[in-house]
Write a protein of this length. Sequence first.
Length: 341
Amino acid sequence: MLASATTIVCLLIGIEVAAYLTVPPIHLTSEGDAMVVFDPEIGMVPNRSAHTRRTYPAIKDRATFVFDIYTDDRGARVDGPGQHNAGRADIMTIGCSFSWGYALPNGDTYSSRLSKALGASVTNLSEASYGTVQALQMLRRNRDLAPKLVIYGIIAHHSERNVSACAPSYYPFCLDVSHIEWNGQGKPMVAPPASNGVRRLEQHLTGDFTNPASWLEHGADVIYGRATYAMSVQNDPDEARKEQALAFLLREMERTVADMGSQVLVIFIPTNYWEPSPALPRMIAEIGGTMRFLDMSERFKRNKAEGGPNVYIVGDGHPSAAAHAIIADEIARYIRREKLL
């Protein structure tokens, strides 16, 4: 009995240390509805007809800021509550937080600005932490919108996200998502998420593990998530594999858009003024078909050289409202010039 009791105590202490004490807290407050919900095919999708308020505390050179996230009955970002999707869109936007509009009200996003500039309907189905895999899946799932143009906002990190079983998140445990794996013939394929990482993250964010049963269940799940995350990092494919995965996904995206009778514009949004990998424009040129490419890195650099407003949120790195205005302006100019609508 003594040996059993000692084993149980050690096990409980291990769970407390591994699942709670060594998981750093995140410095934000989330109120209202969950921002995303679990999806067995994609891993996470935007919560529909939802309202979430995020508050970020002040840091050096940046005051506390709050932003509200509203979604329509399809999960697309909108300006306020109770809005319904029209069921058709001139433009569909897909991508990650850089396109979704992290830390910004919807009206400041390039999708919303583009709608006003062109007098066109735009449905923004991007989501934070997405890569090319999830962008492609959201495109296919919402193809009934029959857009005339699909805009995919890509960043440098998408090459890494595409081959990772875990999406980037606030915590050091897995936020499981769909990703690229290789089959027995060495060909890339989309693999589903391994577990419900959304529940794991939401429970930790809300602190919903106050009774012994939920504490034990969530603790074991976090330990599993930490092990999964560690294996994902350890098994990170080389650059050649990442390029192969991206090329496969872009070809699938172009094929899907062509089948829809539409066109796709891939826009590169730089992180910290980075230029795109030389492989990206080469891939897009080789794919051809309906796929076009627009690089924002030179425009961001020119804005900096001219003393324009900061294109990145201080202390964060996501595109600022000024950056989204620049992106919308460049896309609108390109669409008019190429007569894409």
